[in-house]
Design a binder for this molecule. Structure first.
Ligand SMILES: Cc1cc2nc3c(=O)[nH]c(=O)nc-3n(C[C@H](O)[C@H](O)[C@H](O)COP(=O)(O)OP(=O)(O)OC[C@H]3O[C@@H](n4cnc5c(N)ncnc54)[C@H](O)[C@@H]3O)c2cc1C
Length: 304
């Protein structure tokens, strides 16, 4: 089957929501990234199942992205089908202190809805610009709290078309990592149990975290947040700062003057600039302190 026949097949499944050779740059917070062969947005689980089934039948590579806030997409783009979750995946279904949050929902919206109900537990993730699906897979967190703390189960649709429901006990969560990476599946929703609390206190905590972010982080420039994971007992940002690496620039990317772990895209840089700046920082830190920095950001697609 040739490219245009594949586009037609995809188009039949998800109607107007197939974009061919679509640059991924606008869909990432770093504002970097080459084109996806096909960017497909299934509206609901049925369409998602059909798209995965077509990928299987035609042996097309595929991957799912959330809000693109932890991705470095190569300049040559991504071969195959990139899935973004559409309409139905932004829902949340509440029952008392429990919620089923669908994977495309933004963490900010989920945390605000919880706060408005006087439910605590999501204040930590309010300022993280990711989706529920990306957030749980990455086990995102901040200020001592992680998204996984309140999770009771995760639902997913496997590449083979199987609906999975994984109870919390069957998932291993680690620092910015989880066993959900081993699943060949799209996470469709996450079930959470929150803790009744005082609405004003919850809102005040969220406002405090937001203030701390605005004070410490260069939120005015495109980035992927913290580029490197914190090594045991230390902070990647502090290591970069105490070795005077801030301000170093490669192409359009710069190590932020404000926060050492933020590599900001100040001058419309490329994935190659970002990759080279990441490698430069790793080499310097290894040379100066013999510490290995591991990227937190996930590399996808083809690089120059
Ligand atoms: C300014 C800024 C601040 C940040 N602060 C923090 C912070 O405080 N703490 C923190 O932990 N992170 C932080 N981040 C990083 C990022 O927001 C988180 O890692 C977030 O969880 C990524 O979610 P996403 O939806 O953007 O996922 P993406 O970046 O789109 O994807 C991340 C990974 O998840 C996978 N994925 C996404 N959706 C699904 C799905 N439905 N099913 C299966 N796999 C999926 C992708 O394939 C990819 O491997 C920050 C980023 C920025 C830009």
């Amino acid at each position: 089957m040739n490219r245009s026949q594949i586009s037609d097949e995809l188009q039949k499944l998800v109607q107007a929501r197939v974009l061919t050779d679509e640059p991924l740059k606008p869909y990432t917070t770093w504002k970097i990234g080459g084109p996806a062969d096909w960017l497909v947005t299934p509206a609901d689980e049925t369409e998602l199942g059909q798209v995965l089934s077509l990928c299987r039948r035609l042996e097309l590579p595929w991957l799912v992205m959330g809000n693109g806030s932890n991705l470095l997409v190569g300049d040559k783009g991504v071969r195959g089908v990139v899935i973004r979750l559409g309409r139905d995946f932004s829902r949340m279904v509440w029952q008392d202190d429990r919620v089923e949050a669908f994977a495309g929902l933004l963490l900010r919206d989920l945390a605000e809805a919880a706060a408005s109900r006087g439910l605590a537990g999501l204040e930590y993730v309010h300022g993280i610009p990711g989706s529920v699906g990306g957030g749980i897979r990455m086990n995102c967190g901040a200020y001592g709290g992680n998204l996984s703390t309140c999770v009771t189960s995760v639902k997913a649709l496997s590449y083979d078309g199987e609906l999975l429901e994984l109870p919390r006990e069957r998932i291993d969560f680690a620092y910015r990592n989880s066993s959900l990476f081993d699943l060949d599946a799209v996470i469709t929703s996450v079930c959470l149990k929150l803790v009744p609390g005082d609405k004003e206190e919850i809102l005040a905590k969220m406002a405090d975290f937001q203030h701390r972010r605005e004070t410490a982080q260069p939120l005015e420039y495109p980035s992927c947040g913290s580029t490197f994971k914190n090594p045991e007992g230390d902070h990647a940002g502090w290591i970069i700062e105490r070795n005077d690496l801030r301000g170093h620039r490669i192409g359009g990317l710069q190590i932020s003057e404000k926060h050492g772990n933020f590599l900001v895209n100040r001058w419309d840089g490329s994935a190659d600039d970002a990759r080279r700046l990441i490698e430069w920082t790793q080499e310097k830190v290894m040379e100066l302190e013999q510490i290995e920095l591991t990227p937190e950001v996930r590399f996808i697609g083809e690089f120059i």
